[in-house]
Ligand binder design. Structure first.
Ligand SMILES: NC(=O)c1ccc[n+]([C@@H]2O[C@H](COP(=O)([O-])OP(=O)(O)OC[C@H]3O[C@@H](n4cnc5c(N)ncnc54)[C@H](OP(=O)(O)O)[C@@H]3O)[C@@H](O)[C@H]2O)c1
Length: 316
């Protein structure tokens, strides 16, 4: 988030950094400024225009209302407020008009959902959506810094023939795929799958959209990929969707070098756009299309989207 602020012209703004007491005293460079990290506390919320939060849900529930009480506008990365009817859930390219009302708190959606809706929105506008089926391939960084550390250490141990001790993930993540991201509900849906369903419906403003998700953690470091299968209400030519994507802000067709290139997590890592590829017709499905979507979960899936929202709120 700090890097994205720097890149988007905020290096000279009065930026203050807060984290847990563990990080207090650490320093982060922004432009020419060497900023100290302070522990988050009641005195944090003085003289601020806007706060960007990246906390776990329980901490967000505690701290976001405190900032709001002090009249500070908030963009929150957690899932604590994403389904709150008073808090808009925004992907600027898709439903940025919700920011016109200058809401005091804006929720940043789930990382896989952001990249999915950026790719789906042009199709929904052209042809309407009847059903969406998607399988995700989600990188370790989606579960935060401790998860990245666990992938690196697990890889080292696996190659050295040492025992792995998963703590963040439910199984060893090195050289593995884990089809469980968050707890299962009574119907067997994981928390991530529940979030993708509810948030996709909310952002696209299609509360009854038929959609089914399987979310899988894979041993990549950064960027999530999603294999998407869609049935539209009206016929649409793949060429027309390619054309719509190429006109959509924040969308890159291909791998960033070649429009016919296959985008991979490593192509998208460090980039702010959503990459789409592998577009084809479904066989045996009326108005069916399949495609592949990749984006950096730490950037477009989190920091970039949050700072884009902040840009609009500060501008208004
Ligand atoms: N990673 C993603 O791709 C992604 C995408 C979208 C949304 N999100 C959401 O963003 C939130 C943060 O996730 P993350 O991946 O950024 O996690 P993370 O890498 O573990 O970072 C969590 C941050 O919270 C701070 N923190 C923890 N306890 C605290 C406390 N008691 N007081 C103040 N600060 C505290 C940590 O400070 P220290 O550094 O001092 O420990 C750290 O800066 C989660 O709700 C997550 O679901 C993550």
């Amino acid at each position: 988030m700090v890097r994205v602020l720097e890149e988007r012209g905020y290096a000279e703004a009065d930026i203050r950094l807060y984290a847990s007491p563990r990080s207090a005293g650490g320093r982060i460079r922004i432009g020419n400024h060497d900023l100290a990290i302070a522990p988050l506390n009641e005195r944090t919320f003085i003289d601020l225009d806007l706060a960007l939060f990246a906390l776990e849900d329980d901490l967000a529930k505690e701290w976001v209302p405190r900032a709001r009480e002090r009249g500070i506008r908030v963009v929150d990365n957690s899932s604590a407020f994403r389904l709150d009817p008073e808090v808009p859930l925004v992907v600027p390219e898709v439903n940025g008009a919700l920011l016109d009302a200058r809401p005091p708190v804006v929720a940043n959606p789930n990382c896989s959902t952001i990249q999915l809706v950026v790719a789906l929105a042009p199709l929904a506008r052209m042809a309407g959506l009847r059903r969406v089926v998607a399988v995700t391939f989600q990188s370790a960084s989606g579960a935060g810094q401790p998860a990245l550390d666990e992938l690196r250490e697990g890889t080292r141990r696996f190659l050295a023939g040492e025992a792995e001790v998963p703590e963040v993930f439910p199984k060893p993540i090195a050289f593995n795929c884990i089809p469980k991201i968050g707890a299962f509900d009574d119907d067997g849906r994981s928390r991530e799958e529940q979030k993708m369903l509810a948030e996709t419906r909310r952002i696209l403003d299609l509360p009854d959209l038929a959609a089914s998700f399987t979310c899988v953690r894979v041993p990549t470091l950064i960027s999530h990929a999603v294999a998407v299968h869609v049935e539209t209400l009206r016929a649409v030519e793949p060429a027309a969707l390619l054309e719509a994507w190429s006109r959509s802000p924040g969308v890159v067709v291909g791998d960033g070098r070649d429009a016919a290139g296959i985008p991979t997590p490593r192509d998208a890592a460090g980039r702010d756009e959503v990459f789409v590829g592998r577009l084809r017709r479904e066989t045996g499905v009326e108005h069916g299309l399949a495609f592949w979507v990749v984006a950096d979960n730490l950037r477009k899936g989190a920091a970039t989207n949050a700072v884009q929202i902040a840009d609009v709120l500060l501008e208004r």
